[in-house]
Design a protein around this ligand. Structure first.
Ligand SMILES: NC(=O)C1=CN([C@@H]2O[C@H](COP(=O)(O)OP(=O)(O)OC[C@H]3O[C@@H](n4cnc5c(N)ncnc54)[C@H](O)[C@@H]3O)[C@@H](O)[C@H]2O)C=CC1
Ligand SMILES: CC(C)CC(=O)C(=O)O
Ligand SMILES: [Mg+2]
Length: 351
């Protein structure tokens, strides 16, 4: 039976539209094989829209987005040379607003090594872990301000917000994900030796939720040490649970050690399904390579696979992942390809 999926598409800025074109191409290819009826509605949001309208995300557009089943997101962020756009406004008032208002409390970021993909590590071994990053709180909550602005006595604060409710639900989700994996191991990453208030809340919460998952082993790592192990022994990780900022930083590192940020996918998930979940590559708008056909669309394509998984299309998701794996294997020793050539090749393997 044909299953229809209503997808909002926000290509965004820089390489966002370039990689999303390829992700949509692959979704259309898999839809044809798996008999899915995919409806795409594109929303032009981001830097260009802001320049035209001075608007990042209106309540009206937010309400329309909420009507869709899922969202496929590219990347946002203006070219830094464009001084007309206030720094970070699109990231905060569009991307973070979407994550916060749609309660995307699980920011899921798998990290996996692919055979033969060059990595900066001398001896990477097999890497297969998932970062469960808290998505709606932490230092990104917009909690802070500036006193005595512009004076020699200026004071700037960003206060990290950590609620028991917010920490507990993401910790429980991470335990559950760990319990479904082969190694069943959870690592809490924080910095409780210094960030005592939030750190202790996270630690206590892990200890209190742990009895619900007796099969899951656990350990703790300070975030600075975690960066060491992620580069020297990434194979040791299975599931990592951490706050919004640490998770952001660690997942760029995870992308780098697994062979490139162009392969790193993510999902912003509302586990209660009270609003659409949103799938996007981990990377940003990459103004340095935008418009040149150099962006690797694989991260966006793998994010589309996470989207399919989320809507219960497991066969379609597996088909996309297998096509990506085959394409990556075929890259070894071959000429570099453009964004659209990679998308075409993966779409052809899906069909
Ligand atoms: N989710 C989002 O929309 C995000 C947006 N940003 C925004 O993006 C803009 C640029 O941020 P950066 O810090 O430079 O991070 P970035 O992730 O855009 O780029 C970092 C480096 O990775 C490379 N890169 C990124 N994606 C790639 C791909 N698919 N294929 C090949 N190379 C790739 C870039 O060329 C650059 O050298 C900023 O405005 C930032 O705020 C940053 C991260 C996430
Ligand atoms: C641009 C930020 C709002 C987010 C970010 O870097 C990320 O989610 O990876
Ligand atoms: Mg980031």
């Amino acid at each position: 039976m044909t299953k229809s999926i209503d997808i909002a598409v926000i290509p965004g800025d820089g390489i966002g539209p370039e990689v999303i074109t390829e992700a949509v191409k692959v979704l259309k290819a898999v839809a044809a094989v798996e008999q899915l009826d995919l409806a795409f509605t594109e929303y032009e949001l981001g830097a260009k829209h802001w320049l035209e309208t001075q608007e990042t995300l209106s309540e009206e557009t937010l309400a329309k987005l909420r009507e869709h089943e899922v969202i496929l997101f590219g990347a946002v962020g203006a070219d830094p040379s464009d001084t007309r756009i206030p720094s970070g406004i699109i990231e905060r008032e569009l991307l973070l607003k979407l994550r916060f208002s749609m309660d995307h409390f699980v920011n899921l970021r798998p990290a996996k090594s692919y055979d033969g993909v060059p990595t900066p590590l001398a001896n990477p071994g097999k890497i297969d872990f998932v970062v469960v990053r808290e998505g709606t709180e932490g230092p990104y909550a917009g909690n802070g301000g500036v006193l005595r602005a512009g004076t020699p006595h200026e004071i700037a604060t960003e206060v990290s917000l950590n609620t028991r409710h917010g920490v507990e639900r993401v910790v429980r989700d991470a335990f559950r994900r760990a319990s479904l994996r082969e190694r069943k191991h959870l690592t809490l990453v924080h910095k409780h030796n210094v960030l005592v208030n939030a750190g202790h809340l996270w630690r206590r919460t892990v200890e209190e939720v742990a009895p619900e998952f007796p099969e899951v082993t656990r350990d703790y790592m300070h975030v600075d040490a975690a960066t060491i192990y992620m580069t020297t022994d990434p194979g040791r990780f299975d599931v990592i649970v951490t706050d919004n900022l640490f998770g952001d930083i660690l997942t760029d590192l995870a992308g780098a050690v697994t062979g490139g940020i162009g392969l790193a996918a993510s999902g912003n998930i509302n586990m209660d399904r009270t609003a659409p979940s949103m799938f996007e590559p981990v990377h940003g708008s990459a103004p340095d390579i935008a418009g040149k056909g150099l962006a690797d669309p694989t991260a966006a394509i793998l994010s589309a696979a996470l989207l399919l998984e989320h809507v219960g299309q497991h066969d379609a998701a597996a088909r996309v992942e297998q096509a990506v794996e085959a394409d990556i294997a075929a890259r070894l020793g071959s000429e570099a390809r453009s964004t659209s050539q990679i998308g075409d090749a993966i779409a052809a393997r899906v069909a």
